[in-house]
Design a protein around this ligand. Sequence first.
Ligand SMILES: NC(=O)c1ccc[n+]([C@@H]2O[C@H](COP(=O)([O-])OP(=O)(O)OC[C@H]3O[C@@H](n4cnc5c(N)ncnc54)[C@H](O)[C@@H]3O)[C@@H](O)[C@H]2O)c1
Length: 394
Amino acid sequence: MSAPYLSLTWTDHVTGRRGFLVVDRLVRGVASGGLRMRPGCTLDEVAGLARGMTMKEALHYDPEGRYVPLGGAKGGIDCDPRDPEAYGLLVRYLRATRPYIEAFWTTGEDLGLSQDLVDRAAAEAGLVSTIQAVYPLLDDERAARRRLADAFAVEVDGIGLDELVGGCGVAESVLTALDRTGTPYAGTRVAVQGLGTMGGATARFLARAGLTIVAVADIKGTVSNPVGLDVEALLAARDTHGTVDRSALRPEDRETSSDAWLAVDADVLVPAAVSYAIDPANQGRITARLIVEAANMPVLPEAEDLLTARGVTVLPDVVVNSGTNAWWWWTLFGDISPDARGSFDHTRRSMRALVDLMLSRAERDGTTPRAAAHALAADRLPVIEARYGRHRPI
Ligand SMILES: NC(=O)c1ccc[n+]([C@@H]2O[C@H](COP(=O)([O-])OP(=O)(O)OC[C@H]3O[C@@H](n4cnc5c(N)ncnc54)[C@H](O)[C@@H]3O)[C@@H](O)[C@H]2O)c1
Protein backbone atom coordinates (compact mmCIF):
# COMPACT_ATOMS: atom_id res chain seq x y z
CA MET A 1 0.00 0.00 0.00
CA SER A 2 1.61 3.28 -1.05
CA ALA A 3 1.59 6.43 1.09
CA PRO A 4 -1.17 8.95 0.40
CA TYR A 5 -0.44 12.06 -1.62
CA LEU A 6 -1.49 14.26 1.31
CA SER A 7 -2.54 13.59 4.89
CA LEU A 8 -3.27 16.30 7.40
CA THR A 9 -4.76 16.88 10.82
CA TRP A 10 -6.32 20.26 11.58
CA THR A 11 -7.07 21.58 15.07
CA ASP A 12 -9.83 24.17 15.39
CA HIS A 13 -8.53 27.23 17.23
CA VAL A 14 -11.97 27.95 18.74
CA THR A 15 -13.05 24.54 20.09
CA GLY A 16 -9.85 22.48 20.00
CA ARG A 17 -11.71 19.84 17.99
CA ARG A 18 -9.92 18.07 15.15
CA GLY A 19 -10.54 17.55 11.47
CA PHE A 20 -8.70 15.47 8.88
CA LEU A 21 -8.04 15.43 5.16
CA VAL A 22 -6.44 12.57 3.28
CA VAL A 23 -5.87 12.69 -0.47
CA ASP A 24 -5.00 9.14 -1.41
CA ARG A 25 -4.00 9.97 -4.97
CA LEU A 26 -4.55 12.49 -7.71
CA VAL A 27 -5.62 11.40 -11.17
CA ARG A 28 -5.77 14.11 -13.83
CA GLY A 29 -4.71 16.44 -11.00
CA VAL A 30 -7.92 15.93 -8.99
CA ALA A 31 -9.22 13.70 -6.17
CA SER A 32 -12.84 13.06 -5.20
CA GLY A 33 -14.26 12.21 -1.80
CA GLY A 34 -16.94 13.33 0.65
CA LEU A 35 -16.70 14.99 4.03
CA ARG A 36 -18.07 13.27 7.15
CA MET A 37 -18.74 14.51 10.66
CA ARG A 38 -19.01 12.11 13.54
CA PRO A 39 -17.83 11.99 17.13
CA GLY A 40 -14.69 9.86 17.34
CA CYS A 41 -13.67 10.29 13.69
CA THR A 42 -9.94 9.54 13.27
CA LEU A 43 -7.18 10.10 10.73
CA ASP A 44 -6.91 6.33 10.19
CA GLU A 45 -10.59 6.09 9.38
CA VAL A 46 -10.33 8.97 6.89
CA ALA A 47 -7.24 7.40 5.29
CA GLY A 48 -9.10 4.09 4.82
CA LEU A 49 -12.04 5.92 3.29
CA ALA A 50 -9.75 7.88 0.95
CA ARG A 51 -8.20 4.61 -0.28
CA GLY A 52 -11.70 3.27 -0.83
CA MET A 53 -12.51 6.34 -2.94
CA THR A 54 -9.53 5.64 -5.21
CA MET A 55 -10.94 2.15 -5.76
CA LYS A 56 -14.50 3.40 -6.36
CA GLU A 57 -13.24 5.80 -8.98
CA ALA A 58 -11.19 3.07 -10.67
CA LEU A 59 -14.03 0.52 -10.61
CA HIS A 60 -16.25 2.86 -12.64
CA TYR A 61 -13.59 3.41 -15.28
CA ASP A 62 -15.17 3.22 -18.70
CA PRO A 63 -12.70 4.15 -21.44
CA GLU A 64 -15.68 5.01 -23.68
CA GLY A 65 -17.37 7.26 -21.09
CA ARG A 66 -17.11 11.05 -21.00
CA TYR A 67 -16.34 10.83 -17.30
CA VAL A 68 -13.02 9.14 -16.69
CA PRO A 69 -11.76 8.64 -13.14
CA LEU A 70 -10.27 11.03 -10.64
CA GLY A 71 -8.19 10.06 -7.62
CA GLY A 72 -9.61 9.31 -4.15
CA ALA A 73 -9.79 11.52 -1.05
CA LYS A 74 -11.82 11.99 2.13
CA GLY A 75 -12.39 14.59 4.82
CA GLY A 76 -13.53 14.03 8.39
CA ILE A 77 -14.40 16.15 11.41
CA ASP A 78 -14.50 14.75 14.94
CA CYS A 79 -17.79 16.20 16.25
CA ASP A 80 -21.41 15.19 16.75
CA PRO A 81 -23.30 16.80 13.84
CA ARG A 82 -26.14 17.69 16.24
CA ASP A 83 -23.77 19.65 18.50
CA PRO A 84 -24.53 23.40 18.54
CA GLU A 85 -20.86 24.01 17.66
CA ALA A 86 -21.01 21.77 14.57
CA TYR A 87 -21.89 24.36 11.92
CA GLY A 88 -19.26 26.92 12.93
CA LEU A 89 -16.70 24.13 13.07
CA LEU A 90 -17.67 23.00 9.58
CA VAL A 91 -17.22 26.54 8.21
CA ARG A 92 -13.80 26.89 9.87
CA TYR A 93 -12.70 23.46 8.59
CA LEU A 94 -13.71 24.45 5.05
CA ARG A 95 -11.89 27.78 5.40
CA ALA A 96 -8.73 25.95 6.51
CA THR A 97 -8.92 23.37 3.72
CA ARG A 98 -10.05 25.90 1.10
CA PRO A 99 -6.72 25.98 -0.79
CA TYR A 100 -6.95 22.20 -1.28
CA ILE A 101 -10.59 22.37 -2.38
CA GLU A 102 -9.71 25.14 -4.82
CA ALA A 103 -6.71 23.25 -6.17
CA PHE A 104 -7.53 19.52 -6.23
CA TRP A 105 -10.04 18.15 -3.67
CA THR A 106 -13.67 17.85 -4.80
CA THR A 107 -16.00 17.04 -1.94
CA GLY A 108 -19.63 16.65 -0.92
CA GLU A 109 -21.87 15.29 1.82
CA ASP A 110 -21.08 12.13 3.70
CA LEU A 111 -22.12 10.69 7.07
CA GLY A 112 -23.51 13.34 9.40
CA LEU A 113 -23.73 16.12 6.80
CA SER A 114 -26.25 16.99 4.11
CA GLN A 115 -25.30 18.56 0.79
CA ASP A 116 -27.37 21.66 1.60
CA LEU A 117 -25.40 22.20 4.79
CA VAL A 118 -22.03 21.59 3.11
CA ASP A 119 -22.97 24.02 0.30
CA ARG A 120 -24.07 26.71 2.78
CA ALA A 121 -20.90 26.34 4.87
CA ALA A 122 -18.72 26.30 1.73
CA ALA A 123 -20.23 29.59 0.53
CA GLU A 124 -19.59 31.10 3.97
CA ALA A 125 -16.00 29.86 3.78
CA GLY A 126 -15.55 31.74 0.50
CA LEU A 127 -15.66 28.81 -1.89
CA VAL A 128 -17.27 29.00 -5.33
CA SER A 129 -18.25 25.34 -5.04
CA THR A 130 -17.00 22.21 -3.28
CA ILE A 131 -16.22 20.66 -6.66
CA GLN A 132 -14.55 23.64 -8.32
CA ALA A 133 -11.25 21.78 -8.73
CA VAL A 134 -12.81 19.63 -11.42
CA TYR A 135 -13.99 22.57 -13.53
CA PRO A 136 -10.76 22.83 -15.58
CA LEU A 137 -11.41 19.25 -16.76
CA LEU A 138 -14.80 20.13 -18.26
CA ASP A 139 -15.34 20.91 -21.94
CA ASP A 140 -18.15 23.36 -21.32
CA GLU A 141 -18.11 24.41 -17.68
CA ARG A 142 -21.32 26.47 -17.82
CA ALA A 143 -23.38 23.70 -19.40
CA ALA A 144 -21.91 21.11 -17.03
CA ARG A 145 -22.69 23.17 -13.92
CA ARG A 146 -26.20 23.83 -15.21
CA ARG A 147 -26.71 20.08 -15.69
CA LEU A 148 -25.62 19.30 -12.15
CA ALA A 149 -27.74 22.12 -10.69
CA ASP A 150 -30.75 20.87 -12.67
CA ALA A 151 -30.15 17.33 -11.40
CA PHE A 152 -29.96 18.56 -7.80
CA ALA A 153 -33.29 20.34 -8.22
CA VAL A 154 -35.09 17.08 -9.08
CA GLU A 155 -37.20 15.49 -6.34
CA VAL A 156 -38.88 12.12 -6.46
CA ASP A 157 -41.75 11.65 -4.02
CA GLY A 158 -40.35 14.10 -1.49
CA ILE A 159 -36.66 13.11 -1.67
CA GLY A 160 -33.94 14.84 -3.72
CA LEU A 161 -32.47 12.88 -6.63
CA ASP A 162 -28.96 13.38 -5.20
CA GLU A 163 -30.11 11.61 -2.02
CA LEU A 164 -31.66 8.73 -3.97
CA VAL A 165 -29.05 7.62 -6.50
CA GLY A 166 -26.70 6.09 -3.91
CA GLY A 167 -29.48 3.94 -2.42
CA CYS A 168 -30.65 3.06 -5.94
CA GLY A 169 -27.18 1.58 -6.48
CA VAL A 170 -27.23 -0.26 -3.15
CA ALA A 171 -30.66 -1.73 -3.87
CA GLU A 172 -29.55 -2.82 -7.36
CA SER A 173 -26.57 -4.59 -5.75
CA VAL A 174 -28.97 -6.52 -3.49
CA LEU A 175 -31.25 -7.40 -6.42
CA THR A 176 -28.31 -8.53 -8.58
CA ALA A 177 -27.08 -10.86 -5.84
CA LEU A 178 -30.61 -12.27 -5.36
CA ASP A 179 -31.00 -12.78 -9.11
CA ARG A 180 -27.76 -14.74 -9.30
CA THR A 181 -29.08 -17.23 -6.76
CA GLY A 182 -32.60 -17.26 -8.21
CA THR A 183 -34.08 -15.83 -4.98
CA PRO A 184 -37.49 -14.19 -5.47
CA TYR A 185 -37.82 -10.61 -4.21
CA ALA A 186 -41.20 -11.20 -2.61
CA GLY A 187 -40.70 -12.72 0.81
CA THR A 188 -37.06 -11.59 1.09
CA ARG A 189 -36.69 -9.77 4.41
CA VAL A 190 -34.30 -6.88 4.90
CA ALA A 191 -32.94 -5.06 7.96
CA VAL A 192 -31.25 -1.67 7.50
CA GLN A 193 -29.02 0.20 9.94
CA GLY A 194 -29.39 3.95 9.30
CA LEU A 195 -32.30 5.74 7.68
CA GLY A 196 -30.37 8.77 6.43
CA THR A 197 -29.36 9.45 2.83
CA MET A 198 -28.11 5.95 2.02
CA GLY A 199 -30.29 3.79 4.27
CA GLY A 200 -33.47 5.73 3.52
CA ALA A 201 -33.09 5.52 -0.25
CA THR A 202 -32.05 1.86 -0.11
CA ALA A 203 -35.12 1.00 1.97
CA ARG A 204 -37.36 2.83 -0.51
CA PHE A 205 -35.94 1.08 -3.60
CA LEU A 206 -36.00 -2.36 -2.00
CA ALA A 207 -39.55 -1.94 -0.70
CA ARG A 208 -40.64 -0.78 -4.15
CA ALA A 209 -38.96 -3.84 -5.70
CA GLY A 210 -41.19 -6.03 -3.52
CA LEU A 211 -38.87 -6.94 -0.63
CA THR A 212 -40.07 -6.65 2.97
CA ILE A 213 -38.24 -4.20 5.23
CA VAL A 214 -38.54 -5.83 8.66
CA ALA A 215 -36.24 -3.52 10.66
CA VAL A 216 -34.58 -0.13 10.48
CA ALA A 217 -32.26 1.37 13.06
CA ASP A 218 -31.39 4.99 13.63
CA ILE A 219 -29.40 6.69 16.36
CA LYS A 220 -32.33 6.25 18.80
CA GLY A 221 -32.84 2.50 18.35
CA THR A 222 -34.35 -0.18 16.13
CA VAL A 223 -37.88 -0.17 14.79
CA SER A 224 -39.09 -3.55 13.59
CA ASN A 225 -42.05 -5.46 12.32
CA PRO A 226 -41.74 -9.05 11.08
CA VAL A 227 -44.45 -8.55 8.45
CA GLY A 228 -42.96 -5.29 7.18
CA LEU A 229 -42.62 -1.62 8.12
CA ASP A 230 -44.34 1.23 6.29
CA VAL A 231 -41.14 2.56 4.74
CA GLU A 232 -42.64 5.69 3.15
CA ALA A 233 -44.24 6.71 6.45
CA LEU A 234 -40.87 6.36 8.22
CA LEU A 235 -39.08 8.32 5.48
CA ALA A 236 -41.61 11.13 5.76
CA ALA A 237 -41.11 11.21 9.56
CA ARG A 238 -37.32 11.78 9.46
CA ASP A 239 -35.58 14.93 10.67
CA THR A 240 -32.61 16.35 8.77
CA HIS A 241 -30.25 13.95 10.62
CA GLY A 242 -32.20 10.84 9.59
CA THR A 243 -33.85 10.32 12.97
CA VAL A 244 -37.40 8.97 12.77
CA ASP A 245 -40.16 10.62 14.79
CA ARG A 246 -41.58 7.67 16.75
CA SER A 247 -45.10 9.06 16.68
CA ALA A 248 -45.23 7.85 13.04
CA LEU A 249 -45.01 4.20 14.13
CA ARG A 250 -48.06 1.98 13.87
CA PRO A 251 -49.28 0.09 16.98
CA GLU A 252 -47.97 -3.21 15.57
CA ASP A 253 -44.41 -1.83 15.03
CA ARG A 254 -41.93 -2.56 17.81
CA GLU A 255 -39.14 -0.40 19.26
CA THR A 256 -36.00 -2.11 20.51
CA SER A 257 -32.34 -1.39 21.24
CA SER A 258 -30.04 0.23 18.69
CA ASP A 259 -28.10 -2.97 17.94
CA ALA A 260 -31.23 -5.17 17.57
CA TRP A 261 -31.34 -4.64 13.75
CA LEU A 262 -28.37 -6.92 13.38
CA ALA A 263 -30.00 -9.98 14.96
CA VAL A 264 -33.53 -9.73 13.60
CA ASP A 265 -34.86 -12.58 11.49
CA ALA A 266 -33.87 -11.26 8.04
CA ASP A 267 -32.31 -12.56 4.81
CA VAL A 268 -30.38 -9.40 3.96
CA LEU A 269 -28.64 -6.88 6.23
CA VAL A 270 -27.81 -3.42 4.94
CA PRO A 271 -25.51 -1.52 7.30
CA ALA A 272 -26.02 2.07 6.12
CA ALA A 273 -24.86 4.15 9.08
CA VAL A 274 -21.51 3.98 10.84
CA SER A 275 -18.15 2.32 10.20
CA TYR A 276 -17.19 -0.73 12.29
CA ALA A 277 -20.84 -1.67 13.09
CA ILE A 278 -20.23 -5.42 12.68
CA ASP A 279 -17.34 -6.74 14.74
CA PRO A 280 -16.04 -10.18 15.72
CA ALA A 281 -18.13 -10.14 18.91
CA ASN A 282 -21.53 -9.26 17.44
CA GLN A 283 -21.24 -11.05 14.07
CA GLY A 284 -22.28 -14.32 15.72
CA ARG A 285 -25.79 -12.89 16.27
CA ILE A 286 -26.34 -12.42 12.53
CA THR A 287 -28.63 -14.95 10.84
CA ALA A 288 -28.93 -13.19 7.45
CA ARG A 289 -27.07 -14.81 4.52
CA LEU A 290 -26.22 -11.59 2.68
CA ILE A 291 -24.69 -8.36 4.03
CA VAL A 292 -24.61 -5.40 1.67
CA GLU A 293 -22.34 -2.54 2.74
CA ALA A 294 -24.13 0.74 2.04
CA ALA A 295 -21.99 2.40 4.70
CA ASN A 296 -18.24 2.69 4.41
CA MET A 297 -16.25 0.07 6.34
CA PRO A 298 -19.19 -1.24 8.44
CA VAL A 299 -17.80 -4.81 8.68
CA LEU A 300 -14.44 -5.25 10.39
CA PRO A 301 -12.03 -7.60 8.53
CA GLU A 302 -11.92 -10.18 11.36
CA ALA A 303 -15.72 -10.22 11.47
CA GLU A 304 -15.83 -10.74 7.70
CA ASP A 305 -13.50 -13.75 8.01
CA LEU A 306 -15.84 -15.31 10.56
CA LEU A 307 -18.94 -14.51 8.50
CA THR A 308 -17.36 -15.92 5.33
CA ALA A 309 -16.42 -19.11 7.19
CA ARG A 310 -20.07 -19.69 8.02
CA GLY A 311 -21.30 -18.98 4.51
CA VAL A 312 -22.47 -15.36 4.84
CA THR A 313 -21.70 -13.27 1.73
CA VAL A 314 -20.54 -9.67 2.23
CA LEU A 315 -20.86 -7.31 -0.74
CA PRO A 316 -18.21 -4.62 -0.18
CA ASP A 317 -18.65 -0.86 0.19
CA VAL A 318 -16.23 0.03 -2.62
CA VAL A 319 -18.69 -1.41 -5.10
CA VAL A 320 -22.06 -1.22 -3.34
CA ASN A 321 -22.11 2.47 -2.33
CA SER A 322 -20.13 3.82 -5.28
CA GLY A 323 -23.24 5.05 -7.14
CA THR A 324 -23.48 8.53 -5.61
CA ASN A 325 -19.94 9.55 -6.46
CA ALA A 326 -20.20 8.15 -9.98
CA TRP A 327 -23.59 9.86 -10.55
CA TRP A 328 -22.16 13.31 -9.74
CA TRP A 329 -19.53 12.79 -12.45
CA TRP A 330 -21.80 11.08 -14.99
CA THR A 331 -24.07 14.11 -14.68
CA LEU A 332 -21.37 16.78 -14.68
CA PHE A 333 -19.39 15.30 -17.56
CA GLY A 334 -22.58 14.67 -19.56
CA ASP A 335 -22.87 10.87 -19.69
CA ILE A 336 -26.47 11.21 -18.46
CA SER A 337 -29.18 13.84 -18.56
CA PRO A 338 -30.25 15.59 -15.35
CA ASP A 339 -33.46 13.69 -14.74
CA ALA A 340 -34.60 10.86 -12.50
CA ARG A 341 -35.26 8.24 -15.14
CA GLY A 342 -31.88 8.65 -16.89
CA SER A 343 -30.09 8.71 -13.54
CA PHE A 344 -31.77 5.60 -12.15
CA ASP A 345 -31.44 3.64 -15.42
CA HIS A 346 -27.74 4.41 -15.77
CA THR A 347 -27.06 3.74 -12.08
CA ARG A 348 -28.89 0.41 -12.21
CA ARG A 349 -27.12 -0.71 -15.40
CA SER A 350 -23.67 0.24 -14.14
CA MET A 351 -24.13 -1.21 -10.67
CA ARG A 352 -25.57 -4.47 -11.98
CA ALA A 353 -22.66 -4.86 -14.42
CA LEU A 354 -20.13 -4.12 -11.68
CA VAL A 355 -21.67 -6.45 -9.10
CA ASP A 356 -21.93 -9.21 -11.70
CA LEU A 357 -18.31 -8.71 -12.70
CA MET A 358 -17.19 -8.79 -9.06
CA LEU A 359 -19.19 -11.91 -8.16
CA SER A 360 -18.03 -13.75 -11.28
CA ARG A 361 -14.43 -12.85 -10.48
CA ALA A 362 -14.91 -14.04 -6.87
CA GLU A 363 -16.30 -17.36 -8.12
CA ARG A 364 -13.46 -17.74 -10.64
CA ASP A 365 -10.71 -16.91 -8.14
CA GLY A 366 -12.36 -18.63 -5.16
CA THR A 367 -12.19 -15.42 -3.11
CA THR A 368 -14.56 -13.12 -1.27
CA PRO A 369 -16.40 -10.44 -3.27
CA ARG A 370 -14.24 -7.84 -1.50
CA ALA A 371 -11.01 -9.51 -2.62
CA ALA A 372 -12.45 -9.70 -6.14
CA ALA A 373 -13.36 -5.98 -6.10
CA HIS A 374 -9.88 -5.09 -4.91
CA ALA A 375 -8.39 -7.29 -7.66
CA LEU A 376 -10.51 -5.53 -10.29
CA ALA A 377 -9.42 -2.12 -8.98
CA ALA A 378 -5.78 -3.27 -8.89
CA ASP A 379 -6.07 -4.31 -12.55
CA ARG A 380 -7.51 -0.94 -13.55
CA LEU A 381 -5.31 1.46 -11.59
CA PRO A 382 -2.18 0.88 -13.71
CA VAL A 383 -4.26 1.30 -16.88
CA ILE A 384 -5.58 4.62 -15.60
CA GLU A 385 -2.12 5.66 -14.45
CA ALA A 386 -0.64 4.83 -17.85
CA ARG A 387 -3.26 6.99 -19.55
CA TYR A 388 -3.36 9.96 -17.16
CA GLY A 389 -0.31 9.76 -14.90
CA ARG A 390 -0.45 9.97 -11.16
CA HIS A 391 -0.29 12.98 -8.85
CA ARG A 392 0.28 15.08 -11.93
CA PRO A 393 -1.13 18.56 -11.49
CA ILE A 394 -3.48 19.95 -14.14
N1 LIG B 1 -24.27 10.22 1.57
C1 LIG B 1 -23.60 9.69 0.60
O1 LIG B 1 -23.63 10.19 -0.52
C2 LIG B 1 -22.77 8.44 0.82
C3 LIG B 1 -22.19 7.82 -0.30
C4 LIG B 1 -21.46 6.66 -0.11
C5 LIG B 1 -21.34 6.14 1.17
N2 LIG B 1 -21.91 6.75 2.23
C6 LIG B 1 -21.74 6.13 3.56
O2 LIG B 1 -23.01 5.70 4.03
C7 LIG B 1 -23.04 5.81 5.45
C8 LIG B 1 -24.23 6.64 5.85
O3 LIG B 1 -24.09 7.93 5.28
P1 LIG B 1 -25.35 8.89 5.09
O4 LIG B 1 -24.89 10.03 4.26
O5 LIG B 1 -26.53 8.10 4.71
O6 LIG B 1 -25.52 9.40 6.59
P2 LIG B 1 -26.71 10.26 7.21
O7 LIG B 1 -26.09 11.16 8.18
O8 LIG B 1 -27.59 10.82 6.15
O9 LIG B 1 -27.57 9.16 8.00
C9 LIG B 1 -27.03 8.36 9.00
C10 LIG B 1 -28.13 7.49 9.59
O10 LIG B 1 -27.52 6.56 10.49
C11 LIG B 1 -28.14 6.66 11.77
N3 LIG B 1 -27.16 6.34 12.79
C12 LIG B 1 -26.09 7.09 13.16
N4 LIG B 1 -25.41 6.45 14.13
C13 LIG B 1 -26.07 5.30 14.37
C14 LIG B 1 -25.88 4.22 15.25
N5 LIG B 1 -24.86 4.20 16.09
N6 LIG B 1 -26.76 3.19 15.22
C15 LIG B 1 -27.81 3.20 14.38
N7 LIG B 1 -28.03 4.19 13.51
C16 LIG B 1 -27.18 5.21 13.51
C17 LIG B 1 -28.68 8.07 11.84
O11 LIG B 1 -29.72 8.18 12.81
C18 LIG B 1 -29.18 8.25 10.40
O12 LIG B 1 -30.43 7.61 10.23
C19 LIG B 1 -21.70 6.37 5.87
O13 LIG B 1 -20.83 5.31 6.19
C20 LIG B 1 -21.21 7.07 4.62
O14 LIG B 1 -19.80 7.15 4.58
C21 LIG B 1 -22.64 7.89 2.09
